[in-house]
Write a protein that binds this ligand. Structure first.
Ligand SMILES: [Zn+2]
Length: 300
């Protein structure tokens, strides 16, 4: 048993246990990654048939509507239409999941010290190429008790949402290969670049056993350098089980100050920083029925 909390002093310590059998309730890789492709094809063929038989004022809206829906689901990070996505934890009490994207970076050592001081655990969604260039940082993240997540191999932020099937597979699988070797175990979680997951992401996640993770609280800290503004935005999404999105190595150079301010706010509000296995274990122990109805959905 380990005791972890976000605050360094004066905050309520929590007890978390090792990964439990309840984690699979949260960790659900896509089961039917081709389902949307079939539905989409059906909608397009159906639209053509209806347009031909009954007029294009009926067929065209069906064709364009399905395309618009697919586009929206790609751009909306919390959409479950194209693949299951974890948007919050079934945490009991004031617990959140800190997720830190885009490393490893020059900020990583300072962030690890900061997390230690706050007795907090986090998941670092790292980029494969950056991890390969700085393997010692990845090993240090794991050694300090944090988790490694897959955040693509080269972080193509302008085009990730539009990658075709093969390029998408390479981005995710190559990062998984590198991170598995460095971390000593394959990552369980995947975060899409800029959060946008197109219809080909699910097919790439399934064979690797990866579950997509979005967020429920963000402060746009990749661009916003003012810690107070980031904290104010994140505070709006803070509630038990929130998934908090943060970044490291931002061009403005203030990522460590931003994370420090967020941790300070979490401490003030009495929030603990846990990993999904901790939340799953504590929830299962207190309410076995609840965990079955929260977390990732079984959508296609
Ligand atoms: Zn990113």
């Amino acid at each position: 048993m380990r005791r972890r909390r976000c605050g360094a002093s004066g905050s309520r310590a929590i007890t978390v246990s090792s990964p439990s059998a309840s984690l699979p309730a949260l960790h659900r890789p896509p089961r039917h990654p081709q389902a949307w492709a079939w539905l989409f094809a059906l909608s397009q063929i159906g639209g053509l048939v209806i347009g031909w038989r009954f007029g294009w004022h009926w067929g065209l809206p069906l064709i364009l509507g399905a395309q618009a829906l697919s586009f929206w689901a790609t751009l909306w990070p919390q959409s479950r239409l194209l693949s299951p996505v974890l948007t919050r934890l079934p945490a009991q009490g004031r617990a959140v999941w800190l997720t830190i994207d885009d490393g490893p970076s020059d900020d990583t050592p300072a962030l690890l010290d900061l997390l230690d001081r706050h007795e907090a655990r986090a998941c670092f969604f790292v980029v494969g190429e950056r991890a390969a260039a700085r393997p010692e940082l990845v090993r240090e993240i794991v050694r300090r008790g944090h988790e490694i997540g897959n955040h693509s191999h080269s972080h193509p932020e302008k085009w990730f949402w539009a990658l075709p099937p093969r390029a998408m597979r390479v981005q995710i699988a190559e990062a998984q290969r590198v991170l598995s070797a460095l971390a000593g175990r394959p990552p369980r979680w995947f975060r899409a670049v800029v959060g946008m997951a197109n219809p080909f992401v699910a097919a790439a996640l399934k064979p690797l056993g990866l579950t997509r993770v979005a967020w429920s609280a963000r402060g746009f800290d990749a661009r916003e350098a003012d810690p107070a503004r980031v904290v104010a935005r994140i505070a709006r999404g803070l509630r038990p089980g929130a998934i908090v999105l943060l970044h490291e190595g931002a061009p403005h150079g203030r990522s460590v100050a931003v994370v420090a301010a967020v941790l300070q706010r979490l401490t003030q509000d009495g929030y603990r920083c846990v990993l999904p296995q901790d939340a799953a274990a504590s929830t299962a122990a207190s309410d076995p029925a609840r965990i079955a109805t929260t977390g990732a959905t079984a959508a296609p």
